[in-house]
Design a protein around this ligand. Structure first.
Ligand code: SF4
Length: 219
């Protein structure tokens, strides 16, 4: 079967507005068929850290913006607790269209497969070329897969920087939705507190790199 890819939709101009505009028309894999719209990355063009999630969720698909749902709330709070200014962070997803299955009347998230992750990879590479950030944070298995180009175990790589196809400073951590799930039950409260603290600690490692590169970044 022919390997489909977003490559044919990447424009010649690598600025963020041009990329976002072109991505709206992408048909690089089948996921556009079931989604409302492309959800491209969002943030300042001079952001020094890029945070990558999996794919838009139901709320993001409807809003057309990444990380506006409950997991985005966890991420916003963790960024603040880690001392990373919102203006220093660009947020995006490894896959730009919502993949879902109907359960009753609800659209339930479905994990993108290898083919879909790699089909969407040209958008991620283009965003990072436009941004040239000091650090990239991959949150969860799909983002980490997109960074390494193959499936990897997040927990084996978590909390450290790695050289990947996305950046020589790629930090691996969990997805905020994995932390959010632990908030669902009172008996998991301790696990939630521990995982949230570990997530903030990972983000602080990214911030430490920004601190080291602060003078280079024109602060
Ligand atoms: S998921 Fe990515 S490659 Fe597939 S259609 Fe959407 S933007 Fe294009």
């Amino acid at each position: 079967m022919e390997q489909r890819s977003a490559a044919a939709w990447i424009p010649d101009t690598f600025d963020l507005p041009s990329l976002a505009h072109a991505a709206a028309a992408c048909r690089g894999c089948e996921l556009y068929r079931g989604a409302t719209q492309t959800v491209f990355g969002e943030g300042d063009a001079h952001a020094r850290v890029v945070l990558i999630g999996e794919q838009p969720g139901d709320k993001e698909d409807r809003a057309g913006r990444p990380f506006v749902g409950p997991a985005g709330g966890v991420l916003d709070r963790a960024l603040a607790d880690a001392g990373i200014a919102r203006g220093d962070a660009y947020v995006t997803n490894a896959v730009k269209h919502f993949k879902w299955a109907l359960r009753g009347k609800r659209r339930i998230h479905k994990k993108p497969n290898e083919r879909e992750i790699m089909a969407c990879n040209p958008w991620l590479l283009a965003e990072l070329t436009a941004l040239n950030p000091a650090a990239v944070v991959c949150m969860g298995t799909t983002a980490t897969h997109a960074a390494f180009g193959h499936a990897v175990r997040v927990h084996a790589l978590r909390g450290r920087f790695h050289v990947t196809r996305l950046s020589p400073h790629t930090l691996v951590t969990v997805h905020p939705s994995a932390i959010l799930r632990l908030r669902a039950r009172p008996e998991w409260r301790d696990d939630y507190a521990r995982e949230y603290t570990n997530f903030v600690a990972d983000l602080r490692r990214a911030r430490a790199l920004l601190d080291v590169n602060g003078s280079d970044a024109g602060e």
